[in-house]
Write a protein that binds this ligand. Structure first.
Ligand code: COI
Length: 430
């Protein structure tokens, strides 16, 4: 069965984990008594509305309840993902990037499992420090997983590989949402959090009236003023495509700003690149259109470019293949430059996802231009192929969707739909 899945074509030499990690892997792989207990528990999934309602009128008792929810919920979510990792063929789980993630998750699982109940505000402060440490420690999980699974893709059927990655990434987003929301609620309650620079109302990390147009404008500004993402263009760019925002411009909805802006940033970035590349020899670069629509249950954003579409010079067969981590669906996964960029990102202590989201966030928080200069990451963005798959994970996390439609020879339309009532539970894969 496994042999059938092995493609004889291109087997990369897979860097294996260190002897130390290999021994740790062996010793933890079958020590499953506690793991079994946690895997038998079901996750307590939440809706956006529950997160807002619970956090809105905060008091000591609620904050401590929130801390204990995070303390008991995270090991359950991590345990399910540890089981997913154990179910991979051994040749995959012992691969460099994957084994690193397995180690990190095993260690976080053990720490959470042993963490004593939180009963006071000062114990909660310590708990926040503890989880914040883990958030930083796990910064490179995505490039590591992506590197490991791209390199292992000859050993896994594409559907199996993609559903594994989907569960890993959705679950990671979910854990960070719970942790970051709790930390934000604590900081607000303890009076340690500065007021939002933009003045937009929020509860924890959820913006209760996120203004779609304002977010789009912030992303455009960041893309134009800090074009580190065009670092691999050979030509100097002296003309930027204009972005025209139209539709229902006063649309507001409750959402996690960081997620919405991550998606918009990525989509606009792709459209700008495509327009610039397709029209680099023309006297003018066509504009990009961002249309906002407010439906009864959802908000929609359509981004249309004239970058020639998705198929002209790529090896993908359908747009959804761009979300895939399998080289059989998306050949770019095995390109040397991609693997090299992933490898560097997997060793960086910053984490790639953080750089984009944090840039937008730090930019939003910075008050003066001088502070903005310091706040914005000046390093170029490595092109590691994470932007679209992650945007898809963020879009679908609370039941939205992301679709790409290519008008080959002309351009691409991307449709983002996000639920606006906040009543959908987090995805089943958490
Ligand atoms: C992750 O970032 O992968 C996490 O699971 C973070 C969590 C342990 C706080």
């Amino acid at each position: 069965m496994l042999l059938n899945m092995i493609q004889p074509l291109r087997k990369p030499s897979i860097p294996r984990c260190s002897a130390y990690i290999f021994t740790r892997l062996q010793s933890t792989f079958y020590q499953n008594r506690h793991l079994e207990t946690y895997i038998s528990k079901t996750t307590q999934r939440l809706t956006l509305r529950q997160l807002v309602f619970f956090g809105r009128h905060m008091n000591e008792e609620r904050l401590i309840k929130s801390a204990n929810y995070v303390r008991t919920e995270l090991p359950v979510r991590i345990a399910h993902r540890l089981r997913d990792l154990q179910n991979l063929p051994y040749i995959v789980v012992t691969q460099e990037g994957v084994s690193k993630v397995y180690e990190l998750y095993w260690s976080a699982f053990e720490k959470f499992r042993r963490y004593p109940p939180i009963t006071t505000l000062s114990e909660n402060d310590k708990f926040c420090e503890f989880v914040n440490g883990l958030v930083n420690e796990h910064a490179t999980v995505i490039p590591n997983l992506s590197l490991g699974l791209s390199l292992s893709s000859p050993y896994l059927a594409p559907d199996e590989l993609d559903s594994f990655m989907r569960r890993m990434l959705t679950s990671r987003v979910s854990r960070r949402v719970l942790v970051e929301h709790h930390i934000a609620l604590t900081e607000m309650f303890r009076g340690r959090r500065e007021k939002e620079a933009s003045g937009e109302p929020h509860v924890g990390i959820i913006f209760t009236g996120l203004k779609a147009k304002k977010s789009i404008e912030r992303c455009i500004k960041l893309l134009r003023e800090r074009p580190t993402w065009v670092e691999d263009f050979n030509e100097k760019i002296d003309q930027w495509p204009e972005v025209i925002i139209d539709g229902q411009l006063d649309t507001q909805f409750p959402y996690i700003k960081e997620h919405f802006e991550y998606i918009i940033f990525e989509l606009l970035k792709n459209s700008m690149r495509a327009n610039l590349l397709a029209h680099r020899n023309s006297p003018s670069i066509p504009s990009i259109k961002a249309t906002i629509a407010a439906g009864e249950n959802d908000i929609g954003v359509r981004i249309s470019d004239q970058g020639g579409g998705l198929y002209s010079d790529s090896q993908i067969n359908e747009p959804a293949d761009l979300f895939s981590f399998s080289h059989r669906r998306n050949a770019a996964r095995m390109e040397h430059s991609r693997i090299g960029a992933l490898r560097s990102a997997s060793y960086s202590n910053k984490g790639v996802l953080a750089t984009v989201a944090e840039q937008v966030d730090r930019w939003n928080h910075a008050k003066s231009d001088e502070v903005k200069d310091q706040a914005t990451c000046t390093e170029p963005h490595p092109r590691i192929g994470i932007g679209l798959p992650m945007s898809n994970i963020f879009a679908t996390y609370f039941g939205g969707s992301l679709e790409l439609v290519s008008l080959d020879g002309w351009g691409t339309d991307t449709y983002l739909r996000l639920p606006k009532l906040g009543t959908n539970l987090e995805g089943i894969e958490v």
